[in-house]
Design a protein around this ligand. Structure first.
Ligand code: TXA
Ligand code: MG
Length: 319
């Protein structure tokens, strides 16, 4: 059985240059020693991920940041000490100890402290940080349970550390500075409101997915299930759909015009954006598991994590 909760086994494999899938509060990661170029190149191979798409480096505590990257400006230190451990990733000039392969040649490295007890204990035990992208084949939906990882990559990973279902359910928010302006590179588990509240600074720019990204995770063709997904915005009705959905993804009230025979897969029955974040990747996978061909969903209100869930739905719908 290659799924379990044995931190020592995970540590031994990682120390030997192997891969281990690790739980985080956002999604499961496919981890390797970030300082070992051969180990890191295995991540790219197993995920079938292009080497131009850089990896996030996971550290056990804020105090380890200085070993791998330049210390951020005062205002950002406040953000990091507030949100770490947690779903915030920060871009900072890298130190030479971080291989270029990890950052795809960029002078910046993406760093975060994950908030998951098993993985934090593992990181504390290791004397190196862990490079870890989401543990899915490149382009597919991110995994939020150990079983999701096992279903797709189980035969290629010696061990999956099982920390249960991810509590946040969508990836970390990626934050950095461009010309001293605060820039969000990817919407994620920390909302824009929370960032502005703690930093007392306006976010100057939010990068959305595009076909020519500067963070390759911003490729709009990402998180794609095989099922075709149609989106409605707040003002549209079922009549505006160009397809007849086999399944409706539910968030709060179900549109009255939806045929009552249409099955509903729930993002959140009570209309809670955090619950929807926790469920969105699981529900997208369920569409494929049930071999659903066409589904439809109304975009969430653009508040809190609603924005990040919408970002994932837009990408899932991109063709
Ligand atoms: O929540 C998360 O962030 C999860 C867990 C496992 O930590 N990780 C994750 O990794 O989502 P991944 O590789 O699936 O997405 C990381 C994103 C990619 O879009 C990548 O382009 C961007 O972060 N990224 C990483 N390093 C970067 C860098 N140096 N500069 C710009 N973007 C970077
Ligand atoms: Mg990913």
């Amino acid at each position: 059985m290659n799924i379990g909760q044995d931190i020592n086994k995970a540590a031994t494999l990682l120390e030997g240059g192997g891969l281990v899938a690790i739980p985080t509060e956002t999604v499961y990661g496919l981890a390797a020693n970030a300082l070992n170029e051969d180990a890191v190149s295995e991540i790219f191979r197993v995920k079938n991920r292009p080497q131009f798409d850089p990896l996030i480096v996971h550290i056990p505590h804020f105090s380890a940041l200085e070993r791998y990257a330049a210390l951020p400006p005062e205002n950002d230190l406040r953000l990091l000490t507030h949100f770490w451990p947690g779903p915030l990733t920060y871009l900072s000039p890298k130190k030479s100890i971080i291989p270029d392969l990890v950052t795809s040649g960029s002078p910046l490295v993406a760093i975060r402290v994950p908030k998951q007890p098993l993985t934090l204990a593992l990181l504390q035990q290791l004397d190196f940080p862990l490079a870890a992208p989401s543990a899915n084949p490149f382009g597919y939906v991110s995994p939020t349970t150990a079983q999701h990882v096992a279903n797709q990559l189980g035969d290629q990973i010696p061990y999956i550390l099982d920390g249960g279902a991810a509590e946040v359910g969508i990836e970390s928010t990626i934050l950095g500075r461009v010309n001293n302006r605060l820039v969000v590179y990817r919407l994620g588990g920390v909302s824009l409101e929370e960032i502005e509240d703690i930093s007392q600074e306006k976010i100057a720019e939010v990068r959305r997915s595009s076909s020519k990204p500067d963070a390759p995770g911003m490729l709009s063709l990402h998180y794609s299930p095989h099922c075709k997904l149609a989106l409605l915005d707040a003002n549209q009705s079922i009549a505006d759909l160009t397809i007849v959905p086999d399944v409706w993804l539910g968030f709060g009230e179900v549109p009255q015009e939806l045929p009552s025979s249409t099955p509903i897969f729930w993002l959140s029955a009570s209309g809670d954006v955090m619950e929807a974040a926790r469920n969105v990747f699981k529900v997208l996978r369920q569409l494929d598991e049930h071999n659903i061909k066409r589904a439809a969903v109304r975009l969430l209100p653009e508040i809190g994590l609603g924005r990040a869930v919408n970002d994932r739905l837009l990408r899932a719908a991109a063709r």
